[in-house]
Design a protein around this ligand. Structure first.
Ligand code: OAD
Length: 253
């Protein structure tokens, strides 16, 4: 795939860059997406697993499912797409990852400035006192872990109908409003409010690049649609950026 001169020029002059990611960036690591043919939500119903009412009604079932997901995610590794984004953070003067993913793979790949809109599956907290627990503390064979205070512990993920964590959302919105370029990567762009962020960036003047094997509702608003896999396209973008920064450092000698 060749990148357009416009895209390369936008990246070359960009100071503030945002990567907005969804389940697709982790697909090549072996984490299933939600809505594809093999997607999680084709086999399980969100209303039975990913909402507070479901948890209150049947915490055993919800914990069983999250324990299984925690195990899958603990065993996978970040892929070339995650690593390319982590390196981009070192190239641009300001670079943020805004992710809808709960799998922690961006941080494991080395990204530091990460806004997690939907929580993080490696964390857990007590619903009564708010105390945080690691997986080691909660995955000890008890079906529904409880806190010493007597409260029930839940995974630190955002369920349907819940508000997004305020600090993460505010930071993400600010990053989008400042962005010169926003890369929307591996998301179907249908779950709001997160899905509104690329449009907010566009309204604030950002150049929008979408990376996805399939078109999405965002595609018609994107300035460039790069059709393909994140793990293949992002390393190629990174190569261009590195060649450019090498050229710049030579010309300064
Ligand atoms: P989806 O499963 O809805 O969409 C995944 C997207 O990734 C699709 O558009 C795929 O075409 C694309 N894709 C698949 N493989 C890819 C690859 N190798 N490279 C790039 N793209 C690829 O996942 P999300 O958009 O992340 O929310 O879903 C948003 C939210 O819905 C999730 O955060 C979750 C879910 O319900 C909560 O749990 C609150």
């Amino acid at each position: 795939m060749n990148f357009s001169d416009t895209l390369l020029a936008k990246l070359a002059s960009a100071c503030d860059v945002v990567a907005f990611t969804g389940a697709g960036i982790s697909a090549e690591s072996g984490v299933p997406t939600f809505r594809g043919n093999d997607g999680i939500w084709t086999k399980f119903k969100p209303e039975e697993l990913a909402n507070l009412n479901a948890f209150m009604r049947n915490p055993e079932l919800v914990w069983e499912w999250y324990s299984a997901r925690k195990k899958v995610i603990a065993e996978v590794q970040p892929n070339a797409g995650h690593y390319a984004l982590a390196e981009m953070e070192r190239i641009f003067s300001s670079f943020a990852v805004i992710t809808q993913n709960i799998d922690n793979l961006h941080r494991r790949a080395g990204s530091k400035n990460v806004f997690e809109l939907h929580g993080n599956i490696e964390r857990n907290y007590c619903m009564r006192c708010g105390r945080q627990f690691t997986d080691e503390q909660v995955l000890n064979g008890t079906a529904v872990p409880t806190c010493p205070c007597g409260g029930v512990i839940r995974p630190d993920v955002v369920w349907f109908g819940e508000l997004l964590p305020e600090d993460e959302w505010r930071g993400a919105e600010k990053a989008c409003q400042r962005a010169d370029v926003l890369l929307s990567i591996g998301t179907s762009g249908v779950v709001y409010p997160a899905a509104g962020l690329p449009l907010e960036a566009k309204r604030s003047g950002a150049f929008i690049v979408e990376i996805n094997p399939e078109p999405t509702p965002l595609t018609e608003y994107a300035d460039e649609f790069l059709q393909g896999k994140a793990g293949e396209i992002l390393p190629r973008i990174l190569d261009h950026l590195k060649t450019k920064s090498q050229r710049n450092s030579h010309s300064q000698v």
